[in-house]
Design a protein around this ligand. Structure first.
Ligand code: NAD
Length: 260
């Protein structure tokens, strides 16, 4: 088991990519924390992992709320002891051209992705520094951390920003044995993507099938979606990579949509 007895907080783990990461980490021996806005589903996700004889808990956490993040992390420390891994994954999408985008929608998206990454990092890194055990902080970026698409100004801006935060955490954290990385997935068929297919079809004036074939997957090498398991395996690779050799780096997992 590659994460035996490590404590891992995964934000946005009630659904999609975060849920697959929590399940993978639990299978590898970690004690996992489902931290999410959506408490009913978070509880179900934690119960499903516990039912397999693995260790899991859930906390209600709106990652944009300083008090919910700090209280949630304190609860994890109380129940599971130190924190070894943070996966800052919670996120949303918003589809609009810049001329139609409201300040409110811009701020909401930036708050979830960037304030959320900062607040959860700050809370967990304090514990990692204090315990002296160090740890792994993983940000859920996107191909949109490296590349742009129309209709996604706040998302592309936020995802690029995570690369900057990761590099600072890598530099500041090194002497405390804290590593930081970004995972940059291509399109993964989760609720976040399923919701935007009809939205993009409407905005671009094309069919939903064409959104998938001619927009989302057109630059992949094989026309395939990336899977939640693909992303979870990269998260496991970063979380279990024990020294600083890879800190500050990002990996694109996108079926060749974007090649560095
Ligand atoms: P999803 O919609 O399936 O899951 C997102 C989860 O985040 C949900 O459980 C939701 O309740 C939670 N969440 C939303 N706002 C929150 C908040 N303020 N506080 C706490 N939790 C909150 O989406 P997903 O596709 O699994 O996306 C997860 C991450 O992966 C996001 O950061 C997303 O940008 C990123 N990503 C997704 C794709 C993709 O194609 N699906 C590609 C690249 C990156």
């Amino acid at each position: 088991m590659r994460l035996k007895d490590k404590v891992a907080i995964v934000t946005g783990a009630a659904s999609g990519i975060g849920n697959a990461i929590a399940e993978t980490f639990a299978r590898e021996g970690a004690k996992v924390v489902i931290a999410d806005l959506n408490t009913d589903v978070a509880k179900k996700a934690a119960d499903a992992i516990s039912a397999q004889g693995r260790k899991a808990m859930w906390v209600k956490m709106d990652v944009t709320s300083e008090s919910e993040v700090d209280d949630g992390v304190a609860e994890v420390i109380k129940q599971f002891g130190d924190i070894d891994i943070l996966v800052s994954n919670a996120g949303i999408q918003h589809i609009d051209t810049i001329d139609k985008l409201s300040l409110q929608d811009w701020k909401k998206l930036l708050a979830i992705h960037l304030d959320g990454a900062f607040l959860t990092t700050r809370s967990c890194i304090r514990s990692m520094y204090q315990s002296g055990r160090g740890g792994s902080i993983i940000y859920m970026g996107s191909v949109h951390s490296k590349e742009a698409s129309p209709l996604k100004a706040p998302y592309v801006t936020a995802k690029h920003g995570l690369i900057g935060l990761c590099k600072v955490v890598a530099k500041e954290g090194a002497s405390h044995k804290v590593r930081a990385n970004v995972i940059c997935p291509g399109y993964v068929e989760t609720p976040l993507v399923k919701k935007q297919i009809p939205e993009q079809a409407k905005d671009l004036g094309i069919s939903e099938e064409d959104v998938i074939k001619k927009v989302m997957l057109k630059d992949t090498v094989d026309g395939e979606f990336t899977t939640t398991e693909d992303v979870a395996n990269v998260a496991l690779f970063f979380a279990s990579f024990e020294d600083n050799a890879l800190t500050g780096q990002s990996i694109v997992v996108s079926h060749g949509w974007f090649m560095q």
